[in-house]
Ligand binder design. Structure first.
Ligand SMILES: Cc1cc2nc3c(=O)[nH]c(=O)nc-3n(C[C@H](O)[C@H](O)[C@H](O)COP(=O)(O)O)c2cc1C
Length: 267
């Protein structure tokens, strides 16, 4: 066989492919547990972020276990699911929003008129996270998601234990343009959510991300958040997804229970 025969070239190419695929598969398999762990810790970090709990140099898992308690709620009734009803997919530890939204057993189709967040299907259940300080529930953290301009944005909104005042806001996954829609990650903008009230005294949903800057003299300033400049579509997406999740198809029924003074965490 001559050194530059077609057969030899193909054999060498196949050999290189085989060695590379073995190396890549071995790396993928051996790194999977580390990746899973990092993904899980990243999610915990984001929940702590939303709850405004600082975690610098802390053992994330330990801090999370100390401060946070999770429950599954049924969105349409706003009630907390009993642990007896947990399944392989339906428990705070296993809950995966994307998988739940696609699973026919656990999702519900949204009509175009109701689908303000543009997600098409919504899980029937969601995980909520309670933040405890000195044994008392201080905040509740709610997962939220919906369409921006380029991507579906996933995040959390934290409210006080009465379910009225925003205590934190963050996105942990999105594909908006850095410097434009990507300014949803801007720490100053995220901080500007804190203290805003989601509803008025009568329980009407009032929170709104407006196109421009909030005028502090505006009677509704306490419900309004500045829009992101040069990112009108992302801004509209954030407004729509927040209003969707805090409304009747999202956490509305659950929030009504909080507003009525029920203490669903007193189990
Ligand atoms: C490369 C590129 C990336 C953009 N990324 C975003 C984005 O992430 N979010 C957004 O709302 N608009 C984005 N825009 C701008 C929109 O196309 C649109 O012009 C903008 O939302 C209008 O906002 P304005 O009225 O504040 O100028 C992008 C535009 C370009 C050319």
């Amino acid at each position: 066989m001559s050194t530059d025969s077609t057969r030899k070239t193909i054999m060498v190419a196949l050999g290189v492919c085989l060695v590379c695929s073995v190396l890549v598969s071995t790396a993928a398999v051996s790194l999977k547990s580390i990746q899973d762990r990092n993904r899980r810790l990243d999610k915990l970090r984001n929940i702590l972020d939303a709850g405004n709990i600082s975690y610098a140099a802390a053992d994330i898992q330990k801090l999370f276990n100390e401060k946070i308690e999770a429950d599954i709620i049924e969105l349409q009734s706003g009630t907390i699911l009993s642990e007896d009803d947990y399944t392989d997919l339906l428990s705070p530890e296993k809950f995966d929003i994307k998988a739940m939204a696609k699973n026919r057993r656990y999702n519900r189709n949204l009509t175009a008129g109701a689908d303000l967040a543009q997600i098409r299907q919504i899980p029937k259940y969601m995980t909520v996270y309670w933040v405890r300080e000195a044994g008392r529930v201080e905040k509740v953290i709610l997962p939220i998601y919906g369409k921006g301009l380029w991507s579906t944005m996933y995040g959390f909104i934290a409210l006080d234990s009465n379910g009225v005042t925003v205590q934190g806001f963050t996105f942990y996954e999105h594909g908006e343009t850095p410097g434009l829609g990507g300014e949803v990650d801007n720490p100053a903008w995220k901080r500007s959510w804190i203290g805003k009230r989601i509803c008025d005294a009568a329980g009407n949903l009032k929170i709104e991300v407006i196109k421009n800057k909030v005028n502090p003299a505006d009677a509704n300033a306490v419900h309004r958040i500045d829009g992101l400049s040069g990112a009108t579509i992302t801004t509209r997406g954030v407004n729509d997804l927040v209003r969707f999740w805090l409304g009747e198809n999202g956490y509305g029924h659950f929030l009504e229970r909080l507003w009525e003074g029920e203490s669903p965490w007193a189990k």
